[in-house]
Design a protein around this ligand. Structure first.
Ligand code: MG
Ligand code: MG
Length: 269
């Protein structure tokens, strides 16, 4: 069952989402060749606790860390290790926060040093597909319209859409109904209503959509070992329109990126 949130509850989810956003911004200032996932994970946990939150993933389904840290061919759910990042790597970092009883959950794929053009393009298209999906989260549309739009756009670039992992409702639980696949036929599933909150999160592979899981029971990687990208935002439906609760702006401030991509999904009040 989909839980409809009050505006007060949405504000609390926004606070948790923004703490994730700030944590990812802090990480953006630390990512470079030679830095390990374990190091970033410790920093993230301290940062979240110093700001009044609790790591949202640690201990959830027995996941051991604060960050899901998934370099290169890892899609999601990678476990941070001591292995240093190298120039030319990409790394998808997914982070959750629990604060005031509500979760935030969002993710960004970072470039490490100089990344090749084909991989940069994968990151750009995946991020664009996130906003294309978010634009479908509005009155009159249904759950599968998000995935349909994401699939059309990313497959149009020759990429593979991961099937087995999906976006989701978000609130007092990290994973609530509905499931939000990143593929599918349009016009299916529940109709969108004010007060719904979704974590929308395309996971897009440069090559095949097929994935494997490592024997650690967590790490998901591409079957062809080509790179994969993952971008995730938390979004509420308010007055029939999608409103971003999370932001990449803290990351962009660190990296010196100027963009208006979030503007259509910002509250004007
Ligand atoms: Mg996530
Ligand atoms: Mg999520």
């Amino acid at each position: 069952m989909i839980k409809i949130k009050s505006l007060e509850e949405i504000e609390l989810i926004r606070q948790s989402a923004l703490l994730v956003s700030k944590t990812l911004g802090m990480i953006a200032s630390e990512i470079k060749p030679g830095v390990s996932g374990i190091y970033l994970d410790k920093l993230a946990e301290e940062f979240i606790r110093d700001h009044g939150g609790t790591p949202g993933f640690k201990g959830m389904y027995d996941f051991p860390n604060t960050l899901c840290f998934s370099p290169n061919d890892q899609v999601v759910h990678g476990i941070p290790t001591e292995k240093p990042l190298r120039n030319g790597d990409i790394v998808s970092i997914d982070c959750g926060v629990l604060m005031n009883g509500f979760y935030g959950d969002h993710a960004y794929t970072f470039e490490v040093g100089e990344v090749d053009e084909a991989t940069k393009k994968l990151l750009q298209v995946t991020k664009e597909s996130l906003y294309i999906g978010i634009a479908q989260f509005k009155a009159g549309k249904r759950v599968s319209d998000i995935g349909h739009a994401i699939q059309q756009y990313t497959e149009g670039h020759g990429y593979g859409v991961v099937r087995e992992l999906v976006g989701h409702g978000l609130g007092r639980k990290l994973h609530e109904d509905p499931q939000v696949p990143n593929y599918g036929r349009p016009g299916r599933g529940k109709k969108f209503k004010d007060g719904m909150v979704l974590a929308i999160e395309p996971m897009i592979n440069m090559g095949t959509h097929r994935i494997n899981q490592l024997s650690d029971g967590w790490t998901v990687l591409t079957a062809d070992r080509k790179p994969s990208a993952h971008f995730e935002h938390d979004v509420a439906l308010i007055n029939g329109k999608p409103e971003l609760l999370s932001t990449f702006q803290y990351i962009y401030d660190v990296l010196g990126i100027k963009t208006d991509e979030e503007k259509p999904f910002r509250s004007t009040t």
